[in-house]
Design a protein around this ligand. Structure first.
Ligand code: HEM
Length: 417
């Protein structure tokens, strides 16, 4: 029999996972947004609690132990763990995120080869696209994320080898941005975005067909279109979904670009280190942007085997939400977590930042685009400090934690010279 060694809750020293007061906490999630976990942990005096979301029992947890448990290979499957309204706008059915075990591993190798292994080409394309898009925009005020989404769309298309005209590029940028913006909503806004996504999927299927017809095994789009599993090419729909799973999250980095501009504005000391060419300080700033600012609030999984958390055992089939924002702001893991301080990475490992998931890249669902995201943010910081000049006009720079996904109240407007 397995020996159960109780590990105490980090906050209270007591063993076990307490209940959050109240029968169901869906209303608290809607009210608190990113702070849902943190407020709950404070209320129960522990780093984990049991509650219900949409009447379904769930364990919500943050911190090193929870991240470790959740990131174990194949320990938590994603199917059925995230509302369909979110899945259909983000990873979608048939995608790598919905697979487990060897099938997940096989697809993940491909996604890592492309998103991680080929990331230098993406960053290079972004380096060219940023000043171009700024010049096309001309003088005047514009939200940072809008310029970034245009530049990232252009860069992602160039990187994957997909040719479209400027008109389609603009449309695509809007379509991909909307998928991310609406993933947190329910009802008509979400339905409208899902309907719009169908058109984008049809376009992506055309791209797959065309790359296959052209016998293209060279470009990223071509390699994805020709990828085989078990000796057979991917189903056309699945290849199209994975194509979007390279393009959409690349454009989502636009939200981090806006946060990077926010950070440089708020912390001129770190801006001048980047401007002065300090490569280490720039990389630390990129990682601190990922840790500090709110992006994905939580990830969910269904336990594939019994697991232990804080000295308590849970059954296979248990739904668990790992609080990413709460873990990145946990006082157990980070000194003065609510202070923006890139200098912490002089000693801290960037792998401890969980904004893009936990575990090891290949063996878990951790984001294959994580290193590409960091490199894109390093390039962003360089463009913002050494590229086209801008000023930051008077505006509301507050970021509400209630709205998912979060952004600065006035959109982090930049006024290009
Ligand atoms: C904006 C920055 C990004 C954020 C905040 C982000 C966040 C995440 C998170 C939290 C997960 C883990 C989901 C889970 O554990 O269930 C994930 C997975 C994934 N991400 Fe990202 N991501 C970003 C950028 C990217 C980029 C640039 C790419 C590709 C070019 C990418 C492709 C993927 C894919 C394919 C998965 C599924 C992996 C799997 O299930 O094994 N992401 N991402």
């Amino acid at each position: 029999m397995t020996q159960i060694v109780p590990s105490p809750s980090r906050v209270t020293g007591v063993t076990g996972v307490p209940d959050l007061p109240g029968w169901d906490a869906t209303w608290r999630l809607a009210r608190d947004g990113y702070a849902f976990g943190q407020r709950g942990f404070r209320d129960v005096g522990a780093d984990a609690f049991r509650t219900r979301l949409l009447a379904r029992p769930v364990v919500v947890a943050r911190g090193a132990e929870a991240a470790h448990v959740f990131g174990e290979p194949d320990a938590f499957e994603r199917r059925g763990a995230i509302p369909r309204s979110v899945v259909h706008l983000l990873q979608d059915e048939g995608s790598v995120q919905q697979l487990e075990g060897p099938r997940h591993g096989e697809r993940k190798v491909l996604m890592l080869e492309l998103a991680q292994g080929e990331r230098a080409g993406l960053v290079e394309a972004f380096r060219d696209a940023w000043p171009e898009v700024v010049a096309e925009h001309g003088h005047g005020a514009v939200p940072a994320a809008e310029v970034a989404a245009r530049a990232l769309t252009r860069a992602a298309l160039e990187w994957t080898g997909i040719r479209v005209d400027r008109g389609r590029e603009t449309e695509l940028s809007g379509e991909l941005t909307e998928m991310i913006a609406r993933a947190g909503s329910v009802g008509p806004l979400n339905w409208k975005a899902r309907l719009r996504r169908r058109r984008t999927e049809a376009w992506a299927r055309d791209v797959v067909r065309e790359r296959r017809a052209a016998g293209d095994h060279e470009t990223i789009a071509g390699r994805l279109a020709h990828h085989t599993e078990g000796g057979r090419p991917l189903d056309e729909d699945v290849a199209a979904v994975e194509m979007l799973n390279l393009l959409r999250p690349t454009v989502a980095v636009a939200r981090f670009v806006a946060f990077a501009a926010h950070a440089l504005h708020r912390h001129p000391d770190w801006a001048s280190q980047t401007r002065g060419g300090d490569a280490a300080a720039t990389r630390w700033t990129a990682d601190e942007v990922r840790r500090f600012y709110p992006f994905f609030p939580m990830v969910g999984g269904i336990a594939t085997e019994p697991f232990e958390l804080h000295g308590e055992w849970f059954e296979e089939g248990q739904w668990m939400m790992l609080d990413l924002y709460g873990t990145d702001h946990s006082p157990e893991l980070w000194e003065r977590p609510d202070v923006f301080n890139p200098g912490r990475f002089a000693t801290a490992s960037p792998h401890a930042v969980v904004a893009q998931g936990v575990g090891e890249h290949l063996a878990s669902h951790r984001c294959p685009g994580e290193l590409a995201t960091v490199d894109l943010l390093v390039e962003t910081l360089q463009q913002l400090t050494q590229g086209p000049a801008y000023t930051v006009p008077e505006q509301d720079l507050r970021i509400s934690l209630r709205r998912i996904p979060a952004e600065p109240e006035d959109g982090m407007i930049l006024q290009f010279a």
